[in-house]
Ligand binder design. Structure first.
Ligand code: IPM
Ligand code: MG
Length: 336
């Protein structure tokens, strides 16, 4: 059996701890991995002036898939931009998949199984902002293209099929942002015609934010533009246990980077307190991407069992530290 080449990007804060924990889970599986590690984030910027060095981009490109922890982005350092955005844009990781599923725990609402499919390369995230009028007016440009809308819509319908989700909801704000999100809506509904077996609807983003709280079980796939997807996916994650469990994949045509949705939590760094489950669930998405669905399902099942048995960190009411919570998963998988 040939080895999967996996690039690890531990990053800042709690990133190295959760990535280390998840790597141990992968190493306990009956699969073979070859690991490389590369630098990303504020710590790397302090050392070499670039938070995403070319060697790191190369390392990601040469791997079959990448597992990324988290980075710290201080808001008050002029000209410092999060390397996450550059990574997504430069590697054209156009689809950000963020699943939210109910867990057997009082913190979670029941009967939720939805997937936010977030466009990951354009919208207001292109970073074209400027000040005018002596700094008294700020202007930002929002870019929506047919090409990006078409491919993200296709990704959404393919995911609905793959995961047997009951429908696709196209989320926009075409009553106000008529040209930009209007184009997104129109193109997504065009793509829907290629998938007559999958029901489709469209919904305004404010209505969607409300419906997610009111009746989240109605949703299957939510496909939307970059900024709306950023916000709605954080909201949705809170329905099913919060950011400690929220996993994601940034998928491109050439490669993919998997990451927990949470940030670097600098105050928790080095304390062995962070919940590793979001990163461990991200490795399940990574395994799906590699075509190792059977091992992915085993990891997901072990995570649910650990939650049921209260073998979890304090954010979920348990007493375990980061590494012990990973050990619990490894034991449930029957490994080392
Ligand atoms: C996310 C994060 C990023 C984003 C930040 C860290 C740039 O919030 O992955 O959702 O806005 O996309
Ligand atoms: Mg976000």
């Amino acid at each position: 059996m040939s080895a999967y080449r996996i690039c690890l990007l531990p990053g800042d804060g709690i990133g190295p701890e959760v990535v280390g924990a998840a790597r141990r889970v992968l190493d306990s599986l009956p699969l073979s991995f070859e690991w490389t590690e590369a630098g990303i984030g504020f710590g790397v910027w302090q050392q070499c002036g670039n938070p995403l060095p070319d060697e790191t981009l190369q390392a990601i490109k040469s791997a079959h898939a990448t597992l990324f922890g988290s980075v710290t982005t201080p808001p008050d350092i002029a000209n410092y931009r999060s390397p996450v955005l550059r990574m997504r844009q430069e590697l054209d990781l156009y689809a950000n998949l963020r699943p939210c599923r109910s867990i057997p725990h009082a913190i979670s609402r029941p009967n939720i199984n939805l997937l936010v499919v977030r466009e990951n390369t354009e919208d207001l995230y292109i970073g074209r902002e400027r000040l005018e009028d002596n700094g008294n007016t700020a202007i930002g440009e929002m870019q929506i293209t047919r090409r990006a809308s078409e491919r993200i819509a296709r990704a959404a319908f393919e995911q609905a099929r793959l995961r047997s989700l009951n429908k696709v909801t196209v989320v926009h704000k075409a009553n106000v942002l008529r040209q930009t999100t209007g184009l997104f809506r129109r193109v997504a509904l065009e793509v829907a015609q290629e998938y007559p077996d999958i029901p489709v609807e469209d919904m305004l983003v404010d209505t969607c934010a409300m419906e997610l709280i009111r009746a989240p079980e109605q949703f299957g796939v939510i496909v939307t533009t970059n900024l709306f997807g950023d916000i709605l996916s954080d909201e949705a994650s809170m329905l099913v246990g919060g950011l400690g469990l929220a996993c994601s994949g940034n998928i491109g045509a050439e490669t993919a980077v998997f990451e927990p949705v949470h940030g670097s939590a600098p105050k928790m760094a080095g304390l062995d307190q962070a919940n590793p489950l979001a990163t461990i669930l991200s490795t399940a998405m990574l395994l799906d991407y590699l075509g190792e669905g059977e091992q992915a399902r085993r990891i997901e099942a072990a995570v649910l069992t650990a939650i049921r048995q209260n073998q979890v960190t304090s954010d979920l009411g348990g007493t375990l530290g980061t590494q012990a919570a990973a050990d619990a998963i490894i034991n449930l998988l029957g490994g080392n």
